[in-house]
Design a protein around this ligand. Structure first.
Ligand code: PMP
Length: 425
């Protein structure tokens, strides 16, 4: 039941005139389920916003956070100040990193570390004497957060409209074409290109899987042109693709890897950027006059966030959750076979990692404005939270979800699609 009281709270990405008085107020969460203010239980088929990978309400994280608040509630990481949870987290991430010996820069979320990655890429080239390498290429339909550089890099065009001039030296290439990347680098001149931003599986843009060979091909193109390959693994990390970071599903060596979300199961905001040793090197020489990265947020390396992350990593390890993102990919795709055959559905995208999209046909979308939102609401009525996107719905359940939850999807989605066709005007 929706909470009907008007409230000044302004929601991200929301038509507030429609939302105010029609909120979905979540009051409790446990495991793969959430409850609303009327006490109704729902399967959290999106793991909140792609992040509750370990499931909700894990007491191990609560205990670690509580203990950390009692021990050292907050302290910054600027200059030479550090704290134990941040040091431990950096060591663990560096050990797990796809490129051994990676350095770890901490931030407050995904968009924060995406912007950090762009700044590091550009300033790295300044410090190795190639200051013309400033251009950043990203992909159509990509999503890289809502900070300045991330907005400019984003490939969902409506998200960049209406904000005046965005940072310059950004361009986009077709998300599924390595040839388009090669052509864009040729057009600009490799001596001008600093970085290529790439979600291994595009998430918010509609769960777009890379064509076979795509990731290897773009990594090779970047290497050949001295363009830094930035893998944006904010969604793909922490088991979503069945590996620690997502990009390590492929045998490639990214220069920078952005992570957030599942790093703490979303319990406390945190982002972490892995920086391959050769990119970090100019900043770590110790020589007099060595460059200093004049960048970082107040909450970088917050001890409570890092304690939450360490406890979350313990859970991934102890419960062997990371490989589940791979072992569940076929069962998830199978659970959507009924949806795939439905007349309202153009395409189901699934089979690589524990995430999926159900895209409605152009006819349904044209005939029924708001069809994706309507489908989302019909599924709420079935006790399932999904996320509406432009052309359909996306799913990314907690890695602890299992057969009963997949069975629920298998029955609830086709039933809701039937209702969508019969009830829209
Ligand atoms: N990159 C990707 C791939 C994302 O999916 C997101 C968030 N959905 C971000 C960056 C931005 O993260 P945040 O919302 O934590 O700033």
């Amino acid at each position: 039941m929706a909470d009907q009281r008007p409230n000044p709270l302004w929601h991200p990405f929301a038509d507030m005139g429609a939302v105010d008085g029609d909120r979905f107020v979540v009051t409790r969460a446990e495991g793969s389920y959430v409850w609303d203010d009327a006490g109704t239980r729902y399967f959290d088929a999106t793991a909140s916003l792609w992040y509750a990978n370990v499931g909700h309400g894990r007491p191990e994280i609560t205990r670690a956070v509580t203990a950390q608040l009692e021990q050292l509630d907050a302290y910054h990481l600027f200059a030479r100040t550090a704290n134990e949870p941040a040091l431990r987290l950096a060591e663990r991430l560096s050990e797990l990193a796809p490129v051994p010996g990676s350095k770890v820069f901490l931030g407050s979320g995904g968009g924060d570390v995406v912007d950090t990655a762009v700044k590091i890429a550009r300033t790295y080239f300044v410090h190795i004497g190639r200051p013309d390498k400033t251009h950043v290429i990203s992909r159509t339909q990509g999503y890289h957060g809502t900070h300045g550089f991330g907005t400019a890099a984003g490939g969902i065009t409506v998200n960049a409209e209406g904000f005046g001039p965005l940072p310059g030296d950004f361009s986009h290439v077709a998300y599924d074409s390595p040839e388009a990347l090669e052509a864009e680098i040729q057009r600009l001149g490799a001596e001008r290109v600093a970085a290529f931003l790439c979600e291994p599986v595009i998430g918010a843009g509609g769960v777009l899987l890379p064509p076979d060979g795509y990731v290897e091909a773009v990594a090779e193109i970047c290497r050949r042109h001295d363009v830094l390959f930035v893998a944006d693994c904010v969604i793909c990390g922490f088991g979503r693709l069945g590996t620690w970071f997502g990009i390590d599903r492929w045998s490639v060596r990214p220069d920078l890897v952005t992570t957030a979300k599942g790093i703490t199961g979303g319990t406390i905001p945190l982002g972490a950027l892995l920086v391959a040793p050769h990119v970090a090197e100019p900043f770590f020489t110790g020589r007099p006059g060595a460059p200093v990265l004049r960048h970082g947020a107040t909450y970088a390396g917050h001890p409570v966030a890092c304690a939450a992350a360490n406890a979350t990593l313990d859970l991934y390890e102890r419960d062997d959750l990371i490989p589940r993102g791979r072992s569940l990919e076929k069962p998830l795709a199978d659970s959507l076979s009924g949806a795939a055959g439905h007349e309202a559905v153009a395409e189901v995208r699934a089979g690589l990692g524990f995430l999926a999209a159900v895209e409605l046909t152009p006819d349904v979308l044209a005939a029924h404005p708001g069809a994706a939102d309507r489908l989302y609401r019909l599924l709420l009525g079935e006790g399932v939270v999904v996320r509406p996107v432009a052309k359909g719905i996306v799913l990314s359940p907690p890695l602890i979800a299992d057969e009963p939850e997949l069975d629920l999807l298998a029955s609830a989605i086709p039933r809701s699609l039937d209702r969508l066709l019969s009830t829209v005007d």
